[in-house]
Design a protein around this ligand. Structure first.
Ligand SMILES: [Fe+2]
Length: 321
């Protein structure tokens, strides 16, 4: 059986997990008005800039390659928090050289169990210590009944899920004392959907007063796999809330299925969708994600340059003030 089939079977077996009628809310239930006090953390130096994901396999390139000059770096805090020794020194050097954003993996904003308050406390210290300007997470869940599932699982597009997640995002923002950005994720089967994905995302972002991390490749992947119009989906997003963009490559595994791998070069239709998107929004940071095939480093440099060329064309003349 293909791993996707296993994954689908798992989602279906877990549907009862989303019985929101029985969910109660736990501690730190701070007032809704507090959620409006955090403005976007992006400083001017981060706008209209293209960054590249900082990974250990290519850490040397970031520190010593004079021909590679990303405007900022992004990494997963979970991969570096509590680190000492050699890799801590590398991280410190990178954070000294580049502005930093962080993209989390384990917040599990869609889970029904309480947030991990111990983790959030450590995260807040780490984000402040590294001068992290943007902290983002996935609109998904990675934990169920205390089990870490090590995957970004899709949340059912339902009104009760919307209410639950709005409350959770507000709580996270209150604890971290900063606005966070939430990312639209790729998924391979919608689970128990009762509303459009675009309405699901829009309601959550607008009512929780968070920012939207718009992953353009994820939009393309979902539009292809679920046969909808990617440009229309972009139009349906709350574009005034987009504070950060992800771009990445994917792999086509059959005529009707592509997988969001972050391991291949970005293809032209995704660049086209990116250009369509940025023509509609103000300058914001753009991040190139690459998680595999680091031996193709020249390809990463080429992608970075192409993203710079597109953003310069649309933003540097008309929007920067
Ligand atoms: Fe992404």
């Amino acid at each position: 059986m293909h791993w996707l089939d296993h994954s689908t079977a798992f989602f279906l077996s877990e549907l009862s997990f989303y019985d929101y009628g029985s969910i109660s809310f736990w501690g730190h239930n701070l007032s809704n008005s507090l959620a409006n006090k955090y403005s976007t953390n992006i400083c001017f130096c981060m706008k209209n800039r293209v960054g590249v994901g900082f990974r250990r396999d290519i850490a040397d390139e970031f520190l010593h390659n004079d021909n590679f000059n990303p405007d900022f770096i992004e990494f997963a805090p979970e991969n570096w928090m509590g680190m000492g020794g050699y890799w801590k020194k590398i991280l410190d050097k990178a954070a000294e050289k580049y502005p930093v954003t962080c993209h989390g993996l384990s917040l599990s904003i869609g889970s029904s169990e309480p947030l991990d308050y111990g983790f959030l406390k450590e995260l807040k210290v780490f984000l402040n210590d590294c001068n992290v300007e943007i902290y983002s997470e996935h609109l998904s869940y990675t934990k169920s009944k205390n089990a870490h599932l090590y995957d970004l699982l899709p949340i059912p597009f339902r009104e009760d899920a919307v209410k639950h997640i709005i409350q959770r995002i507000k709580e996270v923002q209150d604890i971290l004392e900063r606005k966070i950005a939430i990312e639209n994720v790729s998924y391979y089967t919608p689970v128990g959907a009762q509303m459009q994905e675009s309405d699901f995302i829009k309601s959550i972002v607008e009512e929780s007063n968070c920012d939207l991390l718009l992953d353009v490749n994820n939009v393309y992947v979902n539009a292809f796999n679920h046969k909808y119009d990617a440009m229309q989906f972009i139009d349906d997003m709350p574009l005034d809330k987009v504070a950060y963009i992800h771009m990445a490559g994917h792999e086509k595994v059959s005529d009707d299925l592509i997988i969001d791998t972050h391991g291949q070069a970005i293809i032209d239709p995704v660049y086209d969708l990116f250009e369509y998107t940025i023509s509609k929004i103000k300058p914001i940071p753009v991040l190139l994600e690459r998680d595999f095939n680091f031996n193709q480093f020249n390809s990463i440099v080429d992608e970075f340059k192409q993203l710079k060329a597109i953003t310069s064309k649309h933003w540097e003349v008309s929007h920067v003030s």
